[in-house]
Design a protein. Structure first.
Length: 280
């Protein structure tokens, strides 16, 4: 059986990130937002984590936020020893993984029993405005369509990856950020500054026609313009949380083992469902 082509051109991704690192006044507000959000969530856990690893493309942000934490690049094979960590954070790079389940499995294996895994990644409707405008403009200008924006996973599917990786007490939730830009060109400059430019393996290897960029910018202003003349961009950040299994953890009740009926607890009247023969 032929293996499917990779999602990501890792060489192009590394080049985009290296170029972004040289830019002054980088737009890392979303990355900082994730740092702040994860820190807040960790305070709610009420645990002291001593061996911490962060998988990230922005190590300086995390070394400042979590002094003493080890940082790793998001390579396909992570440098993580089994049962060596009590906290692993996968920070805003899982969306570029060809094998996201494999990334989470590697992190899960690195956890000691009752260790915590936290991931943050772009998903949902992230950049849906840019995706639509680029696609429409390219079809009009060239008669074809090429991959330009990374496909985004949905929260339900991404949450299921935690269970597939063997993590207990899985939780998936989503935070939506709507960011205003002067125009579409400003948004695309910010994406390059984040190191989030097009690194898809199936992308076209030639410069985009000016007609495509101009057409996308015009459609963006028309379809997503604000009263003040700016345009909006959506970023859905999905957070995944799971624990390495441990005997002392809470476990879900067996079906049918409840000691009280839900209708009684709610003070509601319970009506039986109609039989199949009674339905019209």
């Amino acid at each position: 059986m032929t293996a499917p082509p990779p999602l990501t051109d890792r060489t192009a991704l590394a080049r985009n990130r290296a170029r972004a690192a040289t830019l002054p006044d980088r737009a890392l507000f979303l990355q900082q937002d994730v740092v702040d959000e994860v820190q807040e969530r960790l305070t709610e856990v009420n645990r002291t984590f001593t061996d911490v690893t962060v998988v990230t493309a922005e190590p300086l942000l995390w070394q400042t936020a979590l002094p003493g934490a080890r940082t790793l690049a998001d390579a396909p094979v992570l440098d993580l020893a089994p049962a060596s960590q009590d906290l692993v954070i996968h920070a805003l790079c899982l969306h570029w993984a060809d094998d996201p389940v494999g990334q989470i499995v590697q992190c899960a294996r690195a956890l000691r029993p009752d260790g915590l895994f936290v991931a943050a990644l772009f998903g949902g409707r992230t950049l849906h405005e840019l995706r639509a405008c680029l696609a429409e403009a390219e079809v009009v200008a060239t008669g074809g369509l090429s991959p330009r924006v990374l496909p985004m996973g949905e929260i339900r599917d991404l949450g299921g990856l935690l269970q597939r990786a063997g993590l207990a007490l899985p939780v998936a939730d989503q935070v939506t950020r709507t960011v205003l830009y002067r125009d579409a060109a400003h948004l695309m400059r910010d994406l390059r500054s984040m190191g989030e430019g097009n690194a898809l393996h199936a992308r076209q290897r030639r410069f985009t026609r000016r007609a495509v960029i101009a057409g996308a910018a015009a459609r963006y202003a028309e379809g997503y313009g604000q009263p003040d003349g700016k345009v909006r961009a959506t970023f859905d950040i999905i957070f995944l949380t799971g624990w390495s299994p441990h005997a002392g953890q809470q476990k879900p009740l067996r079906p049918g083992s409840a000691a009280q009926r839900l209708a009684d607890a709610l003070g509601a009247r319970e009506s039986p469902l109609p039989r199949e023969a009674d339905r019209g």
